[in-house]
Design a protein. Sequence first.
Length: 154
Amino acid sequence: METRILKISSEAFTSMGEIPRKYTCEGINISPPLAISGYPEETRSLVLIVEDPDAPGGTWTHWVMWNIPPVHEIREGEAPGVQGKNDFGVDVYGGPCPPSGSHHYHFKLYALNCMLDLPEGSSKREVEHVMEKYVLAYGELIGRYKKTKHHSFA
């Protein structure tokens, strides 16, 4: 089966643009708003995985969410699906927080022809393994972030 292209965008940042501080560990650390279009009619659920491939120890998972209903938007701070464990060790969105330099953050969205039977707190690897044969469409939005340098005036 051929995988179709899904469109994912955000009013908060453009593709390859800077993710606003608000959505990072230096801000209020809430998820940015996302707009979704182009999923096939037979879509039963969406999966969202946010990761940083530039992390020093390898790809760092910031958010895993599945069984999202086929919606056209995920509002700021909203988690309309089941959330899995990220690499911060929690089942919620963890915003960009690079230790140094500018990193790329990939918001990967998948349209599936089923719901996933996985418990809350499942890992990205578990979700990817179970969903792989059910993917109808895929889209990706990439944003960048670099921590603000803090200066001491003591």
